[in-house]
Design a protein around this ligand. Structure first.
Ligand code: FUB
Length: 375
């Protein structure tokens, strides 16, 4: 598809700060601008003329895209993003303005080559149980069938995770009549282990409603642990062979510090917020996620798909826009980080664009931290 929007390859720091302090999907009123940006904030942003430059450009500019889940199927890269739109709905704490209504699948033969928008793969109208807000999806392949996993609020305004199927990685996808049993909250990521088993990782606090499931059943009141208590855990569940349901009740995924203690709810710089992803490198399991209100993509390493995982550090520092969301994939012997920012919309936090950058590991298996801004 051709580009119909103007690309903002350079924007002013004033725009960055304005966007960073705007409320977003998963954001509460007291949220702050990303620390890295605040530190460089001048006393009067109106006078700022400093230009920002980015290490990567949007992969497509004809639509706004976010939350990229990338996979290699049949030697080609497929990206399953959210499709951001301007809904006109005012911003609020629950993220009502993130009112996405369909998915488009992007594909590319090579990194740096042409990126194809394959058009609408599924629309919210065709998901029988859906109410509103199609958020960050993922996909998996098994025996030539493709499975699209997505969070959406049901007609009672509760997030669950659904699945839709297709014979093609680009769809169209046909939704199952009901959400996956025992699923809740947002941001599914499906990981295929070397033995062929698939696992779904999911969850997100604040607008993602994970805190409403603290007792195991839905409670509309938000319940968080005390700041010195273990943080709310992301969830993991093995999928059944049919890929349409969980083979077990979702389990807590523990993220520990180097002393073996769970990260605490007050540890905003490191604790899980949303945007789960799993990949395997040199036999180790890498669980990565967004720290939400501190805007990093962080990661932790474990010995098996269930963990526990030990916190290691930051994969990606704060980007332009409040949310940070990513995926990590190996392609033709190199590793890539797919992520998003709000550069194309000039800093509007709910109008994001997916991007890609190469990822590098150190010899000890740790990941070299990326910064999406050119220094
Ligand atoms: O795109 C809507 C939400 O914003 C996602 O579900 C979160 O991960 C955040 O990126």
């Amino acid at each position: 598809m051709g580009s119909t929007m103007k690309t903002f390859s350079k924007i002013t720091l004033a725009a960055v700060i304005a966007s960073s302090v705007a409320l977003s999907a998963c954001q509460k009123k007291e949220a702050e601008a990303p620390a890295a940006l605040v530190e460089s904030a001048p006393s009067s942003v109106a006078q700022v003329e400093k230009k920002l430059e980015f290490i990567s450009e949007p992969l497509v500019t004809n639509i706004f895209t976010a939350d990229p889940s990338a996979h290699v199927f049949n030697g080609k890269i497929y990206i399953y993003p959210s499709h951001d739109i301007e809904s006109g709905i005012p911003q609020n704490d629950n993220g009502d303005h993130f009112a996405m209504a369909d998915f488009h699948v992007l594909s590319m033969d090579t990194i740096g080559g042409e990126v194809k928008d394959n058009g609408e793969a599924i629309n919210i109208k065709d998901i029988p149980w859906a109410g509103r807000q199609l958020w960050a999806p993922d996909a998996a392949e098994k025996n030539g069938k493709y499975f699209l996993y997505f969070p959406v609020k049901d007609k009672q305004d509760i997030f669950h995770i659904g699945v839709a199927t297709s014979d093609s990685p680009t769809g169209p996808f046909k939704a199952e009549p009901a959400p996956i049993e025992d699923s809740f909250s947002i941001d599914p990521a499906v990981f295929k282990d070397g033995d062929g088993n698939h696992y779904m990782y999911f969850g997100g606090i604040w607008g993602g409603q994970l805190q409403r499931w603290a007792t195991g059943t839905y409670n509309a009141a938000d319940t968080y642990p005390g700041n010195d208590q273990p943080a709310l855990s992301p969830k993991v569940a093995k999928l059944k062979d049919n890929m349409l349901s969980f083979a077990e009740k979702p389990r807590d995924l523990q993220i520990l510090d180097k002393d073996g203690k769970p990260l605490t709810n007050g540890d905003n710089n490191r604790r899980f917020f949303e945007a789960a992803w799993m990949h395997k490198y040199n036999g180790k399991y890498y669980f990565s996620y967004s720290t939400g209100d501190t805007h990093n993509i962080a990661y932790a390493i474990g010995d098996n798909p269930y963990g526990p995982f030990t916190y290691q550090g930051v994969v990606l520092e704060p980007v332009l826009g409040w949310t940070n969301h990513h995926s990590i994939v190996e392609f033709q012997g190199k590793w890539y980080l797919f992520y998003h920012d709000s550069s194309l919309s000039g800093g509007q936090t709910h109008l994001r664009s997916v991007k890609v950058a190469e990822l590098h590991y150190n010899e000890d298996g740790t990941i070299q931290t990326l910064n999406a801004f050119k220094k």
